[in-house]
Design a protein. Structure first.
Length: 177
């Protein structure tokens, strides 16, 4: 019993261990531009977190003002995870985003050189003017469908099965009469 207790204490204490984010942020904006898939300026409209105790991610809805690399849309969803390298979003704040592509999604960390726009003057001078996004999109609607597609599918299946059951009951009832 004593060994089980010692094992449990060691196991639980290892769950609480965290590791510092160890990375090298590029000093030059142009060097960072070459290393990432997306560079753009925008304001965070809102952000949402989802996950469990083991881990999760945060998604931010960003209204894009200027683009230097990788996208044409006026709104984009940007992701980060809950690790020690995860980026902390603030709603209503504008940022200069340097995002990698991970699993087909724009992803940022504390290592990606993303910063508040008010702290990005040197980067903006180095990057130049940028361009306006070309495609006007509304991600609020798209994100609703993606986030709820499982619930919507189950609801549709439930309604179809319910209608079939009602139809079968009516057919049996009319055969008896």
């Amino acid at each position: 019993m004593r060994y089980v207790t010692i094992f449990m204490i060691l196991f639980i204490s290892n769950l609480c261990v965290s590791f510092a984010c160890d990375c090298e942020v590029p000093k030059s904006a142009l060097k960072a531009l070459k290393q990432v898939n997306f560079v753009f300026q925008g304001e965070i409209i809102k952000h949402e977190s989802s996950g469990s105790l083991i881990g999760g991610e945060t998604v931010a809805f960003v209204n894009v003002d200027r683009v230097w690399k990788g996208l044409n849309e006026s709104e984009i969803l940007v992701y980060t995870d809950w690790s020690t390298c995860g980026f902390k979003f603030e709603d209503g704040k504008s940022y200069l985003f340097y995002a990698y592509e991970r699993s087909g999604k724009p992803f940022i960390t504390n290592c990606s050189k993303t910063k508040l726009l008010e702290q990005a003057d040197d980067d903006l001078k180095e990057l130049g003017q940028g361009r306006f996004p070309l495609n006007i999109v509304d991600l609020e609607v798209e994100y609703f469908w993606v986030k709820n597609e499982g619930v919507i599918f189950k609801t549709v299946v439930f309604l179809v099965i319910s209608l079939l059951v009602i139809y079968m009951i009516r057919v049996r009832f009319y055969r008896r009469t």
